[in-house]
Design a binder for this molecule. Structure first.
Ligand code: ADP
Ligand code: MG
Length: 286
């Protein structure tokens, strides 16, 4: 049976509006469909000719399509929150090279398949910077995947047990920018460390990776368990790398301290107060 779907263009019965709606849906031009009538009235009012009318409509579709693609990339990246550099206060972390970060936000390192490592104590904005770099990459047309070291290793181990490791490795490899947050909070099992090493090894010179860690390089062995593996991993990761030094006061602690009621005058002369870092349980004297 011949259905309306299979009829050649122009042979369908019905009003032009109905046919147009059908064809535009089939061609996947939702913005043209939504806007053509309104833009037609505007163009008639302003005496705009047909080619310019068509141009306006097509430009609207292109702008919308780009916006939808960026939104799709952001969803696919699985960011725990969407953060950007507009809300990042560089003066709060003088150790961080602002010029370097803004240069990295242009994403040229991704074209060169280079890496970024952000190192520093807890609460200094490492995740914020990684998220903002991830968002910038999505906006510039790169696929991104955000994960933590612990979550990635768990997923890799699960996939291995279920005999779908290759598929997951291929998916992780396919993204232009992989962000591995929080390397260092949880020590890894020997298998976990091996699988994480494989991830770096497979991405070496093929795709960019951002790693954030609260540990200086010399302590990475305590997470990966083996000096040999740590050496080989760092060798690959740091071959083409920008290092962001982010040691400083915890932004979280500063914010929660500023929300506390002001201390009475007499108490201010007492010894520095002990503050417990909510992430690590570490006692910090501010
Ligand atoms: P880290 O990953 O280094 O532990 P986060 O990036 O999670 O730190 O920062 C903790 C919180 O403080 C987040 O909500 C983050 O957005 C905010 N934050 C940290 N540093 C800054 C900064 N310099 N400017 C604005 N917000 C910041
Ligand atoms: Mg963090």
């Amino acid at each position: 049976m011949i259905t309306a779907d299979k009829l050649p263009v122009g042979t369908m019965s019905g009003t032009p509006q109905v046919m147009l709606a059908h064809h535009l849906k089939q061609l996947k031009l939702p913005t043209v469909l939504r806007e053509y009538d309104k833009v037609a009235r505007e163009c008639a009012r302003d005496g705009v000719d047909h080619p310019r009318y068509l141009l306006r409509l097509i430009e609207l579709e292109l702008i919308d399509r780009e916006r939808r693609t960026v939104e799709r990339r952001i969803r696919a990246a699985r960011f725990p929150a969407v953060k950007n550099f507009d809300t990042f206060d560089f003066t709060a972390i003088p150790a961080l090279n602002k010029m370097l970060v803004l240069e990295l936000a242009r994403c040229e390192y991704i074209l060169r398949r280079e890496n970024i490592i952000a190192l520093g104590n807890s609460g200094t904005g490492k995740t914020h910077v990684a998220l903002a770099l991830g968002l910038a990459a999505c906006q510039r047309g790169c696929s991104v995947l955000f994960t933590t070291a612990a979550a990635l290793v768990n997923q890799l181990m699960e996939a291995r047990d279920e005999r779908r490791l290759l598929k997951l490795q291929r998916d992780v490899q396919a993204v232009k920018l992989l962000i591995i947050d929080e390397l260092g909070y949880v020590p890894l099992s020997p298998t976990g460390a091996e699988l994480l090493f494989e991830t770096f090894s497979q991405r070496y010179e093929r795709g960019s990776t951002i790693v954030t860690s609260n540990l200086p390089f010399e302590d990475w062995t305590s997470v990966l368990g083996s000096e040999r593996l740590t050496g080989a991993l760092l060798d690959r990761l740091t071959h083409h790398v920008s290092i962001l030094t982010m040691n400083g006061h915890s932004y979280r602690l500063k914010q929660s301290a500023s929300r506390q009621p002001a201390t009475a005058g007499a108490e201010q002369d007492l010894a520095p107060q002990e503050i417990v870092d909510p992430d690590t349980g570490e006692i910090i004297t501010d």
